[in-house]
Ligand binder design. Structure first.
Ligand SMILES: NC(=O)c1ccc[n+]([C@@H]2O[C@H](COP(=O)([O-])OP(=O)(O)OC[C@H]3O[C@@H](n4cnc5c(N)ncnc54)[C@H](OP(=O)(O)O)[C@@H]3O)[C@@H](O)[C@H]2O)c1
Length: 349
């Protein structure tokens, strides 16, 4: 496993991370025994970057990671996030069950709660899961900088902010990592944040790097997905859109077969080729998928292959939008003052 620096923080981690979200929620049923075996296998294979959030499974995901890191705390980088307040008694997979809170009091409280669930006294990367645009981003950065000073947090991160917001936050405190959706079928970071990350020495953590599993070719039919699978709320996975998009993945499958690799490995190798400051964090609960994804670290695509694959899976050709229903609600909420209740109101309008 290759390692890379984590922004300008002085810490290092594996160039491939493990997204742990699906071990608790959003992509079908959870199985803690299998998840723990997958986590241990990831560690054996050299993965040292583990991504979670307080909201995944309403704390379940952090507790799972807490058990995993108990005997290896100083050998792993734990990336967790704050900002979404959820009803502790809500049903997993429900989409309108979260409110955004970036207030200093809530951030401190969320940090203490994450530390407790993780069973540790420091968080390696503490990120705003979503930035509440009704507050100055400087205030959010300053609050997390206070937690760094207190020794509870090692480095600061953000998720889904713009290049300009990253610049402003970086003036308050160095930012180690920016976590945005980035993959063959979701290229928005290239327009804005990727150049700023390079300039400011911030690692771009690419989430949903396999297009929520679609780019592996494993999702052939929406009927495969559990009733509460979040992908059922994404336009790209619906009806005719899915059928059209599958034709593109099938073209990539043919290229992969010719090289004796998989379409998922192509999706990850394509991301590695976009810069040396990018950490894709494919999510899986299964050892089989994990091992395949780790195999992508050794795959190098030629310039011709990169161009060909980038032309086949090109966002301009993809049918449907990439947002989940809750992401869409969050975006609308940002326009209506911060709460998903506001978003529901706007949607009804
Ligand atoms: N900051 C944010 O707002 C945000 C948003 C979303 C995600 N994230 C983070 O990013 C991580 C990764 O994103 P993601 O999980 O949404 O999407 P992803 O990594 O693109 O895809 C995950 C899905 O792909 C499947 N998969 C993984 N490897 C596979 C393989 N080799 N072959 C076939 N299928 C495979 C998984 O199946 P199984 O589940 O069955 O193993 C899962 O359903 C998450 O775990 C989370 O930590 C962050």
């Amino acid at each position: 496993m290759r390692t890379i620096p984590l922004g300008g923080s002085g810490y290092k981690c594996s160039v491939l991370g493990l997204g742990c979200m699906g071990m608790s929620e959003f992509y079908g049923p959870r199985d803690d025994v299998v998840s723990m075996q997958t986590l241990e296998r990831a560690f054996e294979l050299g993965i040292t970057f583990y991504d979670t959030s307080d909201m995944y499974g309403r704390g379940h995901n952090e507790e799972l990671l807490g058990r995993f890191i108990r005997n290896k705390r100083d050998k792993v980088i734990i990336s967790t996030k704050f900002g979404f307040k959820r009803d502790p008694n809500g049903a997993d997979g429900s989409t309108h069950d979260r409110d955004l809170d970036n207030s200093p009091a809530y951030i401190s409280q969320a940090c203490d709660a994450s530390l407790k669930r993780l069973g540790t006294d420091y968080i390696d990367i503490f990120s705003a899961h979503r930035y509440d645009t009704t507050r100055p981003i400087e205030e959010v950065a300053e609050t997390v900088a206070g937690l760094v000073k207190a020794g509870k947090v090692r480095t600061i991160g953000f998720s889904e902010i713009t290049g300009e917001q990253l610049r402003r936050a970086s003036k308050v405190h160095s930012i180690a990592a920016l976590q945005n959706e980035y993959s063959l079928w979701h290229r928005r970071p290239e327009e804005d944040v990727l150049p700023v990350c390079r300039e400011l020495n911030v690692t771009l953590v690419a989430y949903s790097p396999l297009g929520r599993g679609f780019l592996t070719g494993a999702v052939q039919d929406a009927k495969q997905l559990a009733a509460n699978d979040v992908r059922l709320t994404v336009e790209r996975f619906k009806g005719d859109n899915l059928d059209k998009n599958l034709q593109l993945v099938n073209e990539v499958k043919a290229i992969a077969s010719a090289r004796d690799i998989t379409p998922g490995q192509i999706a990850l190798a394509w991301l590695f080729a976009q810069g040396d400051n990018i950490i894709p964090i494919p999510g899986t609960k299964r050892i089989k998928y994990l091992e395949e994804n780790v195999g992508a670290v050794a795959v190098t695509l030629t310039q011709e292959e990169l161009k060909l694959i980038g032309d086949i899976i090109n966002p301009a050709k993809i049918a449907g939008t990439a947002e989940t229903a809750s992401q869409a609600a969050g975006r609308l909420a940002a326009m209506t003052g911060g709460s998903s209740a506001g978003a529901d109101k706007l949607k009804r309008i």
